[in-house]
Design a protein around this ligand. Structure first.
Ligand code: DAH
Length: 503
């Protein structure tokens, strides 16, 4: 990796008085990865319910204060407009939009077939209320319940989801996903063949499009993307997969046609600059589907990963007491789509209560591109530090930020050295913990945190990391004093929590 010198915006940019307090904090006891008992109350009250805390608790107040905003159903909000646009492509589906975000470990992981060592379960990636309860990391957490309820063949479910993740302009610890599923009850037909005929008939009635579709792989592949041959015939999986792909292709045509229209209406692009829209299907892995795919869309010069989907894992349906149902499911991140549709450059804007933002959008179309209303200067500060000598275990730095439907579904990034047991392993340092400290202290006044330097001293063997934190508010200009004050607190927390030595 290229070694970059830490610039003038480092620790040394702090006034001497602050440097002193940061340095002197280095004698503070190391509270690595555990929230001190003093800081964690015995109970957390979330939406009126009390939950006991324990050693797993890692959800900070700053996250809980965002709980319940329900942006995806707030009238005239761009996330709600996006949700409705997607829902409109699935006529006859039941739309579940108000399921609470506190779920059990069983709902979020076990019931979906996540292995016990899946990185998504780790406390560095997921907000736990206690060892059994967490803030859902994906809308898939409700699949078993909704299938068990069995109130419609087709349904969508939109909700806020929570992940401890990177800080940048397209990642925020709370975001929104939509889950969708369609199943057929084989026992309601005279034969399995009759059920397949019905799926084919429904497929034939789906809207047709003239999209270029790249789909080079076979529908299933024994190693890479297996058929659930214990439960499904090849013909059944083929027709379900065809129905799934056509339905989702239709949905993206609708979305990206709307995005094109808004772009052209804003004068930011012309009809002639329009690239033909293309879609490609990429083999994927999710614990809750097989075979599985991600869909990527070629739009205005880039391949964008848009969603994850697949043929629903049959044991999951059996757990939901739907022994004879077969079908497909997908999950899509709403912010990603809304940012494209409206040209919203920073994910924090969705949380803005500023009328200059909110007044720009209306449920009553046509869709309009976002007009930036202010640009406030960024205030970069670096934090460079030595990790404690005594640390054993993995150091996780410069992990790719997650996407809403990445192969490591439900959060949980593959680290460079795979962890044997993501839940048990003692990590020396995980950068998501730094992200969390910065978010807790700076709130929405931080735009980006990234590793700019990492090296190991050849003699002492000590590891040094340097992160650049871009402080910037979307709503006002931050003063030097307040930025320094926030940065000093970040440095202090790093020292207090991880025993690092600021350089
Ligand atoms: N749960 C996945 C995630 O959070 C998204 C997803 C993928 C949902 C495939 C699905 C699916 O329903 O079939 O990344």
């Amino acid at each position: 990796m290229v070694r970059l010198a830490c610039s003038s915006v480092s620790f040394w940019a702090l006034p001497a008085s602050l440097r002193l307090s940061v340095r002197s904090a280095s004698v503070a006891p190391v509270l690595r990865h555990s929230y001190s008992q003093d800081a964690t109350p015995r109970n957390l009250t979330i939406a009126g319910t009390d939950y006991p805390t324990d050693t797993w608790t890692n959800v900070p107040q700053s996250i809980l204060s965002q709980y319940g905003r329900k942006l995806h159903i707030q009238p005239d909000h761009p996330l709600s407009i996006t949700r409705k646009l997607v829902e409109s492509r699935f006529p006859g589906f039941r739309n579940h939009n108000t399921l609470p975000g506190v779920v059990t470990v069983d709902q979020n992981f076990d019931s979906l077939g996540f292995t016990s060592d899946h990185p998504g379960r780790s406390r560095t990636d997921t907000y736990y209320i206690n060892k059994d309860t967490l803030l859902r990391t994906h809308t898939t957490a409700h699949e078993v319940d909704v299938f068990r309820q069995n109130s419609s063949d087709g349904w969508t479910l939109s909700a806020d989801v929570y992940r401890r993740d990177a800080v940048d302009r397209s990642h925020y610890p709370v975001f929104h996903q939509m889950e969708g599923a369609l199943t057929w009850d084989r026992s309601a037909f005279a034969s399995r063949q009759a059920c397949m005929d019905a799926i084919r008939e429904s497929f034939d009635k789906l809207p047709k499009h003239d999209l270029v579709v790249e789909d080079p792989n076979p529908t299933f592949h024994a190693e890479r993307n297996p058929l659930q041959d214990k439960y499904h015939s090849a013909d059944e999986a083929e027709i379900v997969a065809a129905h799934l792909k056509r339905s989702l292709e239709d949905m993206v045509v609708a979305i990206f046609t709307a995005a094109d229209k808004a772009l052209i209406a804003s004068g930011q692009s012309s009809e002639s600059e329009k690239d033909p829209l293309k879609v490609r299907w990429v083999e994927a892995f999710f614990p809750h589907t097989s075979p599985s795919w991600e869909m990527e869309v070629w739009w205005r010069g880039d391949w964008l990963e848009v969603l994850g989907c697949g043929v629903i894992d049959q044991p999951l349906l059996i757990r939901a007491n739907q022994l004879d149902r077969i079908g497909w499911a997908f999950g899509i991140g709403l912010e990603r789509i809304a940012m494209l549709l409206f040209g919203i450059p920073d994910i924090r804007l969705f949380w803005s209560k500023d009328p200059r933002f909110l007044k720009q959008f209306t449920d009553a179309g046509p869709m309009k591109r976002f007009q930036p209303f202010s640009k406030h200067p960024p205030a970069p500060r670096d934090v460079a530090f030595w990790l404690p000598k005594t640390l054993k275990g993995d150091v996780v730095a410069e992990t790719p930020a997650s996407t809403a439907s990445a192969p490591n579904s439900a959060g949980g990034q593959q680290t460079s050295s795979p962890r044997n047991n993501a839940v048990e392993a003692e990590l020396a340092f995980h950068e998501n913990d730094l992200m969390e400290i910065v978010r807790t202290i700076a709130g929405d006044s931080v735009e980006d945190v990234r590793l700019i330097d990492s090296f190991t001293h050849p003699k002492s063997n000590r590891r040094s990391l340097c992160y650049r934190i871009e402080y910037r508010s979307l709503e006002r200009t931050l003063t030097t004093e307040e930025v320094n004050e926030m940065h000093e607190r970040v440095c202090g927390e790093m020292v207090g929590r991880f025993g690092v030595e600021i350089r």
